[in-house]
Every structure is written in C-alpha cells, then in structure tokens.
Design a protein around this ligand. Sequence first.
Ligand code: ZN
Length: 198
Amino acid sequence: MELYSGYINKLIEELAALPGIGSKSAQRLAFHLINMPQDRVERLAAAIVDAKANVRYCKECYTLTDREVCPVCASQNRNHKLIMVVENTRDLAAYEKTGRYEGVYHVLHGAISPMLGIGPGDIKLKELMARLHEEVEEVIIATNSSLEGETTAMYISKMIKPVGIRVTRIASGVPVGGDLEYIDEVTLLRALEGRVEL
Ligand code: ZN
C-alpha cells in the first residue's frame, strides 16, 4: 500500500539523495514544501535551476562563479604571485571573510582519499600545475588538517618542489579534522601567518 502520493514519494526520494539528509529529514522537508505557498515553491525551484545554469568554474582558480574569471582573479589589487590552495569554494570564502589575505587561490574541489577512491586525477591538480609559471613566488597549501587534507598537502608539495617554487603549509593550529569553513577568522589568520616551509 502506498502511504503517500507517488509525487510525494518522488520528492522524498530526491531530497534523501542530498548529502546530510536522512529519510526522516527528507520526509519532513517534503511535507514542509507541500505546505508552502505556491510562489515560494516556485522561487525555490527557480533558484536551484538558475544557480545550476549560471554557476561555473573560474577559468583561472576553479572556484565557483557566474563569470568567466572570478572577482578575486580579476582584481588588480591582489598579489597574483601568491597562490593559496584550498579544498573547496567554502574554504576560499572563509579566508576571504578575514579580509587579510592578498593573494589569489586555487580550488581543488576535493582531497585525495584512497579510502573513498579519490585519486590525484580526480581533483584540480593538473590545473594547479598549469598555473605555475616563473612569476609565481609561493604556493600556500591550506587543505584541511584531516588525513585526506594532509595526504593532499604532501602530494602537492612533492609535485611542486622540483619546479623550484616555494611551498608552504598553513600552521597546524587548526583543529584536526576541522573543516576550514567552521574555524574562526583569528585562528585562520594565525594559521596563515604561522605557515611553515615544506
Ligand atoms: Zn578565480
């Protein structure tokens, strides 16, 4: 016997497939959506479709943007000789919020994880290598202090060293396994200022 309408079941199924949403939350959200005014549901649906249609990777740093080149890469006021490597756009946003970092970024969109079957070819590493020309003075590795983040940092360091560019790692004052986006600005700045040579 079908407890709910097939339409509701479909909605629950789609919501439950999102990260961090279990079947209970999916049910709760589905019923919430059904009870929302029609115009709000349409705004939500349009926001999802529009974001998907318009957001892409910056062609220099690979962060998510709705322009060809993101505002950070396009800025003349940033130091383009300093590249900070982060795992995702949320980490980039965390550093941008401090308002104190003057370089540019490179967004990997993930970290190496043999356990999850994510190898070096699955994140934006060759795109990082392609950006390293003579003018680049330093690459700051700001991946998370999780096992995956550390593995990725080691891999990048070994990859860049032969090129002769300075490679540094943000200080490990950052809590182990802590996602950069949840760490306060003071801790982020301290981690950046205390970065060590790799
Ligand atoms: Zn960019």
